[in-house]
Design a protein around this ligand. Structure first.
Ligand code: HEM
Length: 207
């Protein structure tokens, strides 16, 4: 991938992640209004607060982990942000799994969020295991998969207003988005990890 394109994508991803994370911390402010469909979640108390606080932290620290210069120049910062990211994903993801079980939008949304939570937990445990055993190239690949899932939180908050502008009934859109917010990202991450977007080297015949 062209370096301007990859820098542009990183910049868009980082800015949107930080904005959504900061806005989502509002759940930690006492007496903040909660959207009625989320407030009705059977597991909202206390899991919504645990989940919103920690999953937002994962979204806030995640993008910086992909900066090669930061990794090379301040490896201790990379390790500390990595510990915070993985802890936030694992505890925030456990909260997400419990919230998925209590979601009021029905079985399709429960399954979409539930499967996302399980895959998020497994991918992060795998990423952590590989970092702890020094298998850094594979660790990087699993963390790309992990952040593709984390970034679903940003896309969900883009797709919901878009679906409303398109006049799609809220619950129908919400159920579809519980899958659409993360399955395509995971596919794109998988293609990226497998080198599909890497420019091909010229063959001897072409050179
Ligand atoms: C990637 C795994 C994630 C899963 C499985 C997950 C799951 C869920 C579920 C099931 C709900 C309740 C929805 C309902 O009752 O209808 C929820 C709400 C929420 N989640 Fe997540 N989530 C994830 C990631 C994130 C991230 C990365 C953030 C960071 C911003 C986040 C922030 C929130 C917030 C703020 C709410 C409250 C509702 C809202 O304001 O939109 N979640 N999540």
């Amino acid at each position: 991938m062209n370096s301007y394109v990859s820098r542009g994508l990183w910049g868009f991803g980082a800015v949107s992640s930080v904005l959504i994370a900061l806005v989502s911390y509002r759940y930690l402010v006492p007496h903040m209004p909660i959207p009625p469909n989320v407030g009705a979640n059977l597991m909202a108390r206390p899991w919504l607060f645990v989940h919103a606080g920690l999953a937002s932290t994962a979204l806030l620290v995640g993008p910086w982990q992909f900066l090669p210069r930061l990794r090379a120049r301040v490896p201790r910062l990379h390790r500390w942000l990595g510990r915070i990211y993985i802890f936030s994903c694992i505890v925030g993801g456990t909260g997400g799994l419990l919230l998925a079980g209590g979601a009021t939008a029905g079985p399709v949304a429960r399954a979409g969020f539930g499967l996302l939570a399980v895959i998020w937990l497994l991918v992060n445990v795998q990423g952590l295991r590989l970092a702890m055993t020094g298998r850094y190239a594979e660790h990087r690949q699993w963390m790309i998969r992990s952040f593709a899932l984390t970034f679903g939180a940003v896309l969900l908050r883009v797709y919901i207003p878009l679906s409303q502008m398109m006049g799609i009934e809220f619950m129908t859109a919400y159920r579809a988005i519980s899958w659409l917010a993360w399955v395509p990202n995971l596919i794109v991450a998988e293609l990226y990890v497998r080198g599909v977007f890497r420019p091909r080297r010229p063959t001897a015949a072409m050179a």
